[in-house]
Ligand binder design. Sequence first.
Ligand code: HEM
Ligand code: HEM
Length: 175
Amino acid sequence: MRTRHDLVTQSLHWFVAVMVLAIYAIGLGREALPKGDFRTLLLSLHMSLGIGLMAALMFRMAWRLFAPPVEPVPTANSIRLAARLGHLGLYALMVAVPVIGLLAAWLKGRTVGFFGVPVLSPFAVERDAAKWLEDAHEISAHALVALAGIHAVAALIHHVVLRDQTLRRMLPSGT
Ligand code: HEM
Ligand code: HEM
């Protein structure tokens, strides 16, 4: 069995991680700006990248089914269970946050697109539901980034304190 994640898994992991953080930063950053063209442009960019993330994530989850298995790092069962639950939570939130964002945008009647290609809504405008979904989108996005922070700290503890292969096997060989 392999001792490292394959290159596709590694690339998708880091690509998705950077995308999530960039999309989050753009979402929060634009909230702080006064209404205007630049704020509107940032929302289009936020939504386009978010839709791109959904596609990358679908590919990642499909790839996970076929990826060559990696040898488990020797660790206590409780830590393995915590890691599994953490990863499950990350996947669940990575799916939920953009889906809720997309529904919020559609139900509000916003123009949604992927870098200029329209992504048309199958729903009628529902402003009350949109407001509720916007709040859910914001709260779940904070939860996603908080869990990703805990996850990153756990990875660094594996590397620096426990000195095991956990972080190294998510990096290209030679590191
Ligand atoms: C992982 C992906 C995403 C993350 C982490 C994320 C995060 C955020 C954050 C932090 C905000 C600011 C919330 C606030 O302060 O009110 C926001 C706003 C927003 N996001 Fe996302 N988002 C993601 C994907 C998407 C997608 C795919 C769409 C739609 C296609 C979307 C649509 C929106 C809209 C319409 C707003 C503005 C809501 C408002 O005006 O209150 N987001 N997002
Ligand atoms: C938004 C940011 C991030 C997200 C959403 C994320 C998500 C995930 C997910 C879902 C997995 C499970 C992979 C699988 O088994 O399918 C994973 C694995 C991993 N992540 Fe992240 N990650 C993020 C950032 C980071 C950062 C910053 C680090 C390092 C400091 C890191 C280190 C790792 C490592 C080492 C693994 C492999 C664990 C193992 O082999 O058991 N991740 N990540």
